[in-house]
Design a protein around this ligand. Sequence first.
Ligand SMILES: N[C@@H]1[C@@H](O)[C@H](O)[C@@H](COP(=O)(O)O)O[C@@H]1O
Length: 261
Amino acid sequence: MEIVITDGADTSGRLAADAIVALLQRKPAAVLGLATGSSPLPIYDALAARHSAGEVSFAQARGFTLDEYVGLPADHPERYRTVIDTEFVSRVDFAPDAVQGPDGLADDIAAACASYEAAIAAAGGVDLQILGIGTDGHIGFNEPGSSLASRTRIKTLTKQTRIDNARFFGDQVDAVPTHCLTQGLATIMSARHIVLVASGTGKAEAVHHMAEGAVSAMWPATVLQHHPHVTVLVDQAAASRLQLADYYRQTWEAKPAWQGL
Ligand SMILES: N[C@@H]1[C@@H](O)[C@H](O)[C@@H](COP(=O)(O)O)O[C@@H]1O
C-alpha cells in the first residue's frame, strides 16, 4: 500500500486523475470503477478539465459504480446512478450505456447482484477502482462486519452511515434509505489498481486502521492490505493519526515522478 500525504484534496484529485489519464493513454478501453461521495469529486473535476482540454477521451472506456441505495426512485437526485452521471459521466465522452451500476430498484435483488458481478467479469474486470472511505472504515457500502470475501449483495446501512449521509438528504436521517446494494470486498479486491482518496480529520481514524491496523471485518478497508497495488491519497488532516507518516512522506519525496502511482 502506497500512502501519499498531499497538501489537500485538490492535489489528491489531480494525482488520481493523472493515473487515470495515463491508464487511458495506454489502454483506451480501460474499465474504471467509479465511486460516489464527496471525496472523489476533485478527481472528476480534474478529469473533466483534462477532457475539455483534449487530453483524454473516455469514448472506448467502461465504468462500473460501487454501490446504490435500495428503493430510491429513478428520478431521485441522490440515487448514486444519477449522482455519478451528474458529477462525472455527463461531463466527459463515455459512450451511451458504457457506465453501469447495481440496480437498486430490481424486483429480484439477488439476481440483480449476480448479473452485476457477471457484467464486471464480462468487461474483463476493473482496471482502476476509485474509492473513498467511510468514517467507520467502510468501502463501497461494506459496513463493519462485512465478509472479507463478499461479492455484490444487499446490505443494511449502519446508523452512523445514515447520519453521515443525511447531509445529502436535507439533514433528515430518516430520509436516508436503510438498505443498499454494494460491490463486495472481494469484488473491490479484484480490481487491478485501487486508488483511495480521503480528506479531513473525520477520516483519520479509519485511514490509520486501514493502513496500519490489524486486518479485520470491523474495519472493512483493512482488507486492502492484502491487495498488491493500492494507492492512498490523503490530506494532512486525514493523515494525522498515521504512525509512519514521516516514512510515507520521505518515500513519496524520493520517488521519481516518472514512476506514477
Ligand atoms: N457509499 C459511499 C462510499 O463509497 C463513500 O466512500 C463514503 C464516504 O463519503 P464521503 O467521500 O462523502 O466522505 O460515503 C458513502 O457511504
